[in-house]
Design a binder for this molecule. Sequence first.
Ligand code: ATP
Ligand code: MG
Length: 257
Amino acid sequence: MKAWIFVVVNQKGGVGKTTTAVNTAAALARAGKRVLLIDLDPQGNATMGCGIDKRNLSRSVYQMLLGLEPPHAVRLSTEFGFDLLPANRDLAAAELELVDLSDREQRLKHAIASMADCHDEVILIDSPPSLSMLTLNGLCAANGVIIPMQCEYYALEGLSDLVNTIRKVQTNFNPDLNMLGLLRVMFDARITLAQQVSDQLAEHFAEKVFETVIPRNVRLAEAPSHGMPGLVFDPSSRGAKAYASFGAEFLARLAKG
Ligand code: ATP
Ligand code: MG
């Protein structure tokens, strides 16, 4: 079976990429899917958020991208029903070291292809806050892009850069890449501007905007310090329920093709 591969991208920092990647992985795993989460960020936040200590990794995505270790040697299982390819600050060096290698944009794609015997159904890639060689590897490996965004004024400006980058990757490297959708996160309905930006998004991107809206919710922010997805840390919180709904909407969108 061929896996669906999604990369969570937004070149802005702190917009909820990792929270979305980790909680979506947990939601899909809970829905019975075989899920692999790939941490493609030297910050290692997705790794820590899954309860894996990034400081004690003997192997990580860094070695995998440079061809020093096969993916199965890097792969770990988490306590939350999905697997992880972990990362830490070692990965920052890959940015430079990849430049001299052949197929430097396609390294992650090839690594994923070599895991075909793992039978993953959904692969989610968490990316760093930049449009770097690492992010490019994520975009080249994926079939779909998920863009989490906060409904702020400057978010729309950043979005057009991102959409242009996605188009360039489609043209030059990966014609199979689709924008799966935009996810409104950290949403505060009491803020008029948030509502306005949200309406503008819906107008411009129509059905590409997921119906589910992730509210600002402190339990989601607390969960990583316990090494857990918010969905597991406090399943009854508004944030956890929103990510559970998002998981269902995501699967429905996949089923539609
Ligand atoms: P980076 O660009 O640094 O990788 P990111 O885009 O991955 O950041 P996150 O790490 O997911 O963003 O989120 C940034 C901060 O906001 C974190 O402290 C996180 O716990 C918090 N956060 C994320 N989503 C929510 C939410 N819906 N409600 C409240 N806090 C949130
Ligand atoms: Mg992150």
